[in-house]
Design a protein around this ligand. Structure first.
Ligand code: GDP
Length: 444
């Protein structure tokens, strides 16, 4: 996510931090660099201009230039202003207390509406709500079927009336049914087009008038850069949206759309899509996003993912074992499988302060790490249960057998064994501090 932006901003800050005091000229130079970096990331020109002017004004105006930590303070101002640019506070969904809450999703074709209807339903179900999905795209062949497949994946009922009924009527009937059946949220998927056109906007306005949504969320594809912002502006002018779901941030989007949309359109990003799977949806927190963009990691999101994915009882059990020096390869294997549930490795690494942006991202690097994890897993799986419980019995001939069984070299096996021991030693040092649940990965 935003790798090149992060890299380049860190470069600018590193040069700033290298100075013991700052002159006005230093600030001007740094802001000129920041400006170029943001323009390259495809951030809207006017947004960039106002942003750098504001940072400059504050940096000079707050008379921090002579201060001891002037460079750090400039970085702090940049971080605060970026957060403001992204909307400041997290913008929550509005829920209705009497009737079912109606969420209408709109957007161009291929932006990710249907996928995100499913992801939203999954998230709401996790929060204890009882959503219903509504197939309101009656034009695209297979759109209804696609929503039905998604609905099945996230165990959410899908309301459809086929492709011959007017979408406004479908939406209305769906809300009536939800009321009767106790579904407290109705998520309406709507038709998209390749471009904004009057016929589409007309239809969406009729759907809006028919069900008076509590939330109109616009789904936009971050990969389209500035175009995403233009699209958002067009939809907002026609429909008055409440917020944006920015999708495909897991790809190599340069970040321009994320950084421009709130300022240009005036509507907050409420969610971001970070993958094709149904759990790849994040609530958008401006401050956390800035932390990631500035290469400072995002511990809060990591902790939340860990809480959702990791079995707490088991983690406590692991920690006890670590302390008693009884942590063995059986535990390790289980733990590795839990860590996997946190998501793709490169996304996790990006959230860890200090590692964020530091792990080289060559094309295929993430797949290489995943492959290495699989290799370690294969080695552990080739051990007998006894060997996993008592790694000390693994002598030369056992090592050869394990290597042959897992398709690894003896050196690989040796490395996993050595690093496992090192990790245990290291984790014993940490275990009193509550970090026992997350040891590093031997073999990597
Ligand atoms: P719609 O036409 O707006 O309903 O778009 P779809 O929901 O059919 O999505 C279009 C394509 O984008 C599909 O192949 C999705 O799997 C993919 N997609 C949607 N959201 C994301 C995302 O956040 N990340 C990635 N990588 N792909 C996504």
């Amino acid at each position: 996510m935003f790798e090149s932006l992060t890299d380049k901003l860190q470069g600018v800050f590193k040069r700033l931090r290298g100075k013991s005091s700052l002159s006005e000229q230093d600030v001007n130079d740094a802001m000129r660099e920041v400006r170029l970096v943001l323009l390259e990331a495809d951030v809207n020109f006017k947004v960039v201009k106002d942003f750098t002017a504001r940072v400059r004004e504050r940096a000079v105006g707050e008379q921090i230039l002579e201060g001891l930590n002037a460079p750090q303070q400039v970085v702090k101002i940049v971080s605060e202003e970026l957060t403001a640019l992204l909307g400041g506070e997290q913008a929550p969904l509005t829920f209705s207390h009497q009737s079912p809450t109606v969420i209408m999703l709109c957007g161009l074709q291929g932006a990710g509406k249907t996928t995100h209807a499913g992801k939203l339903a999954a998230m709401l179900r996790k929060q204890g709500r009882n959503p219903m999905l509504v197939a309101g795209d009656i034009y695209r062949p297979a759109a209804i079927k696609q929503l039905e497949v998604v609905g099945e994946q996230v165990k959410t009922p899908v309301f459809t009336m086929g492709d011959q009924t007017d979408p406004a009527e479908i939406a209305k009937a769906a809300v009536d049914k939800a009321q009767r059946y106790g579904n407290d949220v109705v998520i309406v998927d709507t038709a998209g087009r390749l471009q904004i056109d009057e016929a589409l906007m007309d239809e969406l306005r009729r759907v809006k008038a028919a069900v008076r949504p509590h939330e109109i969320l616009l789904v936009v594809d971050a990969m389209t850069g500035q175009e995403a912002v233009n699209v958002a502006k067009g939809f907002n002018d026609a429909l008055e949206i409440d917020g944006v779901i920015l999708t495909k941030l897991d790809g190599d989007a340069r970040g321009g759309a994320a950084l421009s949309v709130k300022t240009v359109v005036g509507k907050p990003i409420k969610f971001v899509g970070v993958g094709e799977k149904m759990d790849a949806l994040e609530i958008f927190y401006p401050d956390r996003m800035v932390s990631r963009i500035l290469g400072m990691g995002d511990v809060m999101t990591l902790i939340e993912r860990a809480e959702a994915a990791i079995d707490q009882k088991q983690a406590a059990e692991f920690e006890k074992k670590l302390r008693a020096n009884k942590f063995d390869f059986e535990d390790y294997l289980e733990q590795m499988q839990q860590v996997r549930k946190l998501g793709p490795l490169d996304q996790i690494l990006d959230m860890i302060p200090g590692l964020s942006g530091k792990v080289p991202k060559m094309p295929g690097a993430s797949e290489e790490s995943e492959k290495q994890m699989k290799r370690v897993e294969a080695i552990i799986c080739s051990m007998t249960v006894q060997e996993r419980r008592e790694p000390t019995i693994i002598n030369g001939s056992r090592r050869r057998r394990i290597a042959a069984g897992s398709g690894a070299s003896i050196q690989d096996v040796n490395r996993v064994l050595t690093q496992f021991e090192q990790m245990k030693t290291m984790m014993r040092g940490f275990s009193g501090k509550g970090l026992g649940a997350m040891p590093g990965m031997p073999g990597m």
